[in-house]
Design a protein around this ligand. Structure first.
Ligand code: MCA
Ligand code: AMP
Length: 484
């Protein structure tokens, strides 16, 4: 069954089926525009060559991505503000052969622009779904981002699990303003609508005013946001009041703080519903539409997913090590969350060793998140095992990637990046740097990182130190840098 089932079945025939900013399409119009892209891809390259899409929050991005899926070309969504080093890595690592969108000067690939007014009249089909359909770049603790290979079948399974959990149907209008280069905004937030047949309203920036407008003017019933978005809505009672009649307010991508949960409930009249996932796994845990909305808990496995919690002990080298022992389902005992099911990825592109490290010998995916589970199967995420994966505004940011960018600065000889608690962003990036030739200008350092990496990877604060705290082995002791 195709990933974009409702779109290809001729559903979505309403002229407002897909609205992004000022552009609205019916399903057949979107399909006709995407078929032009599919034809162009088929003419230019081997159909299985990856295609890079400058993933602005725009109708052009949706048309390009859908067109590439129809052509059978894996899509590499590129953050539109990615800096030179990040973009260069994404393009060379993925082997993309075509660039869709406005072309930055450093991109040498053949460039195509989507023409929203063009339509192809012929019928299109989606290729079979077990090969890579999306290559999503995501940060690890060290090194450059890795390309997560997601097949259409895995995404379809994950979306069906959510449709079941949330009673998500063609009667819904999905509204959100998330970026279109991650699972949350692109897979759930676009493919989810094109699979279930629900209308889609992309709000542009995910501001409280734009969410309120999506409710008032477009009848949004199902709202997606990261906790930062819900925190800002909770602080804006007038906008929050517009969401009172929405069917579900869904939060994910990072922990939803209990005070934010309470503020959203107070001002919208309904409790938000949490779900948990990863780029590598799609959404594996969710509170069901009719389930208990318990602040701080992310619910039960979605259909087809199994979870287990494995005990973690200190290894002989002092580093934590996961054992083969399950921790009790008592709502208190903490273990590493491991998952398996049909929505999981097919590995990291070009990284067999990194791929192997994420799987246990008996075939479970190690999430790296610490969790508890209770007797009813409700899960709570209590933290990440590694301090080097930071979640800021719902974005996953590897400390190592930011440190590498900082070390390219002539005035910086050592760098250590940590995530510090932040009421708005969950965590904010703080860089501790050693500057042998005298202090550097903090804003200049932030701009320097922004030229190399995506804007959200810029440190919010730069702290100049004489030396970094290190243990006897010379390893930086990041716990000693945190000031909370
Ligand atoms: C930010 N600004 C800065 C700096 N940082 N300026 C100078 N130096 C800095 N260090 C600027 C920004 O560019 C912006 O400027 C302004 O300050 C406000 O920035 P910010 O506070 O970041 O707010 P924002 O731009 O409104 O972003 C908040 C956000 C965003 C909208 C919540 O973080 C976001 O879209 N997050 C979604 C991430 C996401 O989709 N993750 C899903 C991953 P200006 O106003 O000029 O632009 S997928 C996943 O996690 C799994 C599968 C899952 O479970 O979903
Ligand atoms: P990403 O690769 O951007 O998909 O980020 C995945 C990570 O986000 C997970 O490993 C978790 O650490 C975190 N995450 C996602 N959803 C939640 C949630 N509801 N609560 C806590 N953490 C979450």
């Amino acid at each position: 069954m195709p990933l974009l089932r409702a779109l290809l079945d001729g559903g979505l025939d309403d002229p407002e089926a897909v609205r992004i900013g000022d552009t609205a399409f019916s399903g057949p119009e979107l399909l006709g525009a995407a078929a032009v892209v599919a034809d162009e891809i088929g003419e230019r390259s081997a159909p299985t060559s990856p295609v890079a899409v400058s993933a602005t929050a725009s109708a052009e991005t949706v048309v390009a991505v859908v067109g590439a899926l129809l052509a059978g070309a894996p899509v590499v969504p590129v953050p539109p503000d990615s800096g030179l080093a990040e973009r260069g890595h994404l393009l060379s690592d993925s082997g993309a052969t075509t660039w869709f969108g406005d072309k930055p000067r450093d991109v040498t690939l053949p460039c195509r622009r989507v023409d929203l007014s063009r339509r192809a009249g012929h019928e299109v089909r989606e290729p079979t779904g077990d090969g890579p359909a999306l290559i999503l770049y995501t940060s690890g603790t060290t090194g450059s981002p890795k390309g997560v290979l997601l097949s259409a079948d895995a995404m379809a399974a994950g979306l069906d699990g959510l449709a079941d959990a949330w009673a998500w149907t063609a009667a819904d209008t999905l509204a959100h303003g998330l970026p279109l280069f991650h699972v949350h905004g692109l897979v759930l937030g676009v493919f989810g609508a094109l699979r279930t047949g629900s209308r889609l309203v992309h709000t542009g920036r995910p501001t409280p005013e734009n969410y309120a407008r999506a409710a008032r003017e477009h009848g949004g019933s199902l709202f997606f946001g990261v906790p930062t978005v819900w925190s800002r809505i909770g602080d804006d009672p007038a906008s929050a009041a517009a969401l009172t009649d929405a069917r579900l307010l869904v939060s994910g991508s990072a922990p939803l703080p209990v005070p934010v949960f309470e503020r959203v409930r107070e001002h919208t009249g309904q409790a938000p519903l949490e779900r948990y996932g990863m780029s590598e796994t799609m959404i594996t845990l969710a509170v069901r539409a009719d389930g208990e909305r318990r602040p701080g808990w992310v619910g039960v496995p979605v259909a087809g997913v199994e979870t287990r919690l494995r005990a973690v002990v200190d290894g002989p080298d002092g580093e934590p090590r996961t054992t083969d022992d399950d921790v009790p389902a008592d709502g208190e005992s903490i273990g590493e969350l491991q998952v398996r099911g049909p929505s999981l990825f097919d590995g990291y592109l070009n990284r067999p060793e990194a791929t192997a490290e994420t799987w246990t010998d008996d075939g479970w995916f190690r999430t790296g998140d610490a969790a508890v589970v209770d007797g009813a199967g409700y899960h709570r995420i209590v933290g990440r095992r590694s301090v080097d994966l930071i979640k800021s505004g719902g974005y996953r940011i590897g400390a190592g990637e930011v440190e590498t960018a900082l070390l390219a600065h002539a005035g910086i000889s050592e760098a250590a990046v940590v995530g510090e608690p932040d009421d708005d962003l969950g965590q904010r990036i703080v860089a501790h740097v050693v500057c042998p030739d005298g202090p550097v200008d903090a804003q200049e350092v932030m701009d320097f990182v922004g030229e190399r990496l995506s804007k959200h990877k810029r440190p919010r604060e730069v702290v100049v130190v004489d030396e970094l705290p290190r243990n006897a082995m010379g390893k930086v002791q990041k716990a000693r840098l945190r000031r909370d």
